[in-house]
Design a protein around this ligand. Structure first.
Ligand code: BGC
Length: 765
């Protein structure tokens, strides 16, 4: 006990030291360029300072941030290995800075610091319409370098009036439009900087993993398309950029367009990027082999179209590199159906490509925004693939910061749409992110303090809704996205797939209430529990009167309506079996196809399993024709598509204005696969107590195996059917206990075991 508290003391003081050094006392000033620039400029700015150090350096730490995106160098060497820093936040509320150990980059004698700042999210085009300068019209740099010499003395270098500003080889950069780099230009035109508006109160240390370079891809094919264009296929739809090597005459200009798919004829296609130009332009200096890569943009692509390349396109000169938030991998999943393995692959790549500092809808078109609905739909799956605790802790701070005074949550966070007069917020399943992610974050990571910090946001959102009900205690109509992108039949049964928006909204209201009640329970807020339970009970009985017949038929006789009503416990127990049966009947009416959109899809298979229809869940999962999860897989997808039929069975594209091939929302099935096919579930927050219960009835699988990394260590679950016998092997980490349910080969009978940490294996007939 004593030892434990000593350890705790040590740990606490360590945390304190780290926390102290993580936030410098800012002596630096915000600096900007000293020359005139055009309005709405997209030209990156360069900053520099030369200085001399009289003694040997023992330790040096730099704190850096920018109004824009920065990259910084000491003596020509890059500081750190993070990209797109300082990352994207609601800058007005919290503006991150990074801390770097730069000891190894400095030397006794002459030194120089160079930094470049591009528009990024701060000043660049983001959102729609006339949309530059969302956060400000002037770029800026803030840097503080604290140096300790070997003799213990210290000195500090900061951004101030002594710095110079200029222009350099990166002459144009925008997130949506791409970057132009001209190697004939070297940084020049140095002039004194100006001191910018000084603000330090919003500066916060970065809490989430930075964006880093991750996987690289070499071309799998270099093609000449029917149109005669030169196109390179990297084999994977990804978010990042291509590093290009070229040798040629000075002034030779290479232009590279990015696209996710080829069209039916095999031609390069990027119309679905809408107005995002997503183009790299590289101009050669003519001095031997030159290497190009951008600094202030990213692209969502699998294919590039190359124009103007001097000489033949050779694979070794083109390397695609994926960039995303460097989250720790958490889970693995594999089974005997290769199509499902490809689906899992596509889900994880959808996550990589859309976890570039902010959870985005898509990484390629003129959007790339933190759509709240998409994030909540995918959250639980995201936790299985990577450790997303820090990633969402950071983002949820912005959700709270962007919450209106009256409690409304915007459609996107950071909220770059609110400045357009038509955009509001508060849509069902989007704004409910305010209760859904905090509660699930707690279930997965068990961090009570985090839940506590998010509680006010959860409560404000619920109170906002509670103030907007009619006499029947049902929500008043307002703008809704509804069950976004659900299946729309070209035939007359369309009504079966379209769910009433108000019905959905009241279900999500109940869900948010329940999440809040759960959180209040954990936090010991008994008054809140009692108060909101009354509201929830009233809502449920009004819902019943308004939307449900005595025989459990819902007003909208759709899959999503049944799924939401069942998953959120809107119906009395007695009615649930009938409602579940109607859900199954509906699925059968669509010939074992789903018809759900963004809001119904995440829960569909969960509801089927919970109410005794695992074979229907598996039939949907295995379905290969549209609409289904495997249809895009069969069509060659390497990520999750925005629409069930982004490419139609006849090879034509869906509507060009909204057809992303990298949208994670429908990847929400991943959560079901981990929790059912592998059977890994938390029974207590943070997986302190675990359930392993593989659901295998009619899975048509012969094996599944996978693992999940918790704070306690690794959970593993793998089962195999061979020679009429099922073998289940599990691994339970230290500090936890588990209930393991060993299925028989039919999956219909389970035998239950209670175990502690260790590795186990059981067989059953
Ligand atoms: C985005 C979505 C988002 C939706 C709102 C789209 O443009 O790409 O994924 O949730 O708008 O309905």
């Amino acid at each position: 006990m004593k030892r434990l508290s000593l350890l705790c003391l040590l740990l606490c003081s360590f945390v304190l030291v780290v926390a102290q050094s993580a936030v410098p006392a800012w002596k630096a000033r915000w600096i900007g360029i000293g020359y005139n620039e055009e309005k709405n400029s997209s030209q990156p700015q360069y900053f520099r300072k030369a200085f001399s150090l009289g003694k040997k350096v023992k330790k040096a730490t730099a704190w850096i941030t920018a109004r824009g995106i920065y990259e910084a160098y000491i003596n020509g060497q890059r500081i750190g290995d993070s990209y797109l820093t300082p990352g994207w936040t609601s800058y007005n509320n919290q503006h991150q800075f990074q801390q770097y150990d730069v000891t190894a980059l400095l030397q006794k004698g002459g030194n120089s610091i160079d930094a470049m700042v591009g528009n990024g999210w701060y000043r660049g085009k983001i959102g729609w319409g006339d949309n530059m300068g969302r956060y400000g019209n002037r770029l800026g740099l803030l840097l503080q370098l604290e140096i300790t010499y070997t003799d213990g003395r210290t000195t500090t270098i900061v951004t101030d009036e002594s710095w110079q500003s200029g222009k350099g080889p990166s002459v144009f950069a925008e997130i949506y439009d791409g970057e132009t780099i001209d190697h004939r230009i070297s940084a020049s035109g140095w002039s004194p900087v100006t001191l910018e508006a000084q603000r330090f109160d919003n500066l916060v240390p970065a809490v989430s993993e930075p964006v880093r370079k991750k996987e690289t891809f070499t071309p799998i094919k270099i093609l000449r398309t029917p149109k005669g264009e030169q196109v390179i296929d990297f084999g994977q739809n990804l978010t990042g950029w291509v590093i290009v090597k070229a040798s040629g005459p000075a002034g030779a200009a290479i232009s590279i367009d990015h696209g996710e798919v080829l069209d039916k004829q095999g031609n390069f296609y990027n119309e679905n990027l809408r107005v995002a130009k997503a183009q790299a332009n590289y101009i050669l200096s003519g001095q031997g082999e030159e290497v190009f890569e951008p600094h202030f943009t990213f692209y969502g692509f699998r294919y590039i179209r190359v124009n103007g390349y001097p000489g033949e396109l050779k694979p070794e000169n083109f390397t695609a590199v994926a960039l995303y938030s460097d989250m720790k991998p958490a889970g693995t999943f594999e089974c005997s159906n290769p199509l499902l393995n490809q689906l899992q692959h596509n889900i994880t790549w959808g996550q990589r490509g859309n976890f570039v500092d902010v959870p985005t809808d898509c990484p390629q078109r003129d959007e790339r925004l933190g759509w709240t609905g998409d994030a909540q739909a995918f959250f639980r799956t995201a936790t299985f693939n990577f450790n997303v605790k820090n990633f969402f802790t950071k983002w949820l701070r912005d959700v709270a910061a962007e919450q209106d005074r009256d409690g409304q949550i915007p459609f996107v966070v950071p909220d770059v749409l609110k400045m357009t007069p038509t955009a509001e917020g508060g849509a069902a399943g989007w704004a409910d992110v305010a209760t859904i992610i905090p509660w699930q974050l707690y279930e997965v990571y068990g961090d009570r303090a985090l839940l506590q910090s998010q509680y006010p946001m959860m409560q404000k959102w619920v109170d906002y809704l509670a103030a907007r009900v009619n006499e029947q205690h049902l929500l008043k109509p307002r703008f809704q996205f509804g069950d976004w992108l659900s299946y729309r039949s070209p035939h007359d049964e369309a009504a079966h797939a379209i769910t009433d928006n108000q019905e959905i909204a009241n279900c999500f209201y109940a869900h948010s209430l329940q999440n809040l009640i759960n959180a209040a329970g954990v936090l010991g807020k008994t008054d809140d529990v009692a108060r909101y339970k009354i509201v929830l009970d009233t809502l449920k009985s009004s819902f019943l009167k308004e939307y449900v017949t005595p025989n459990g038929r819902l007003m909208s006789n759709t899959q999503t309506a049944y799924v939401l009503a069942l998953h959120f416990d809107m119906l009395p127990e007695s009615m649930r079996p009938m409602a579940a049966q109607r859900l199954v009947d509906n699925i059968k009416r669509y010939d074992m196809h789903l018809t759900t959109g963004f809001l119904g899809t995440p829960y569909l298979c969960h509801v089927l399993t919970r109410f005794g229809y695992p074979e229907v869940a598996y039939a949907l999962l295995r379905q290969e024709s549209y609409p289904s999860w495997l249809y895009p897989v069969k069509m060659g997808a390497t990520t999750i598509w925005e629409r069930w039929d982004g490419i139609k069975p006849d090879g034509e594209f869906q509507t060009v204005t909204m057809n992303s091939f990298n949208h994670y929302a429908y990847g929400a099935i991943g959560d079901w696969m981990y929790r059912n096919t592998l059977g890994i579930q938390p029974l207590e927050p943070g997986y302190k107590k675990i359930q392993i219960k593989p659901v295998i009835t009619e899975s048509k699988l012969t094996y599944a195996k996978g693992s999940y990394e918790t704070a306690y260590g690794k959970i593993a679950s793998s089962w195999r059917i061979e020679g009429g016998k099922l073998t289940l092997s599990v691994e339970i980490p230290a500090g936890t206990t588990a209930e393991v349910y060993v299925p028989d080969t039919s999956g219909k009978q389970y035998s239950k075991k209670e175990v502690g940490p260790g590795k186990y294996e059981w067989t059953a007939e």
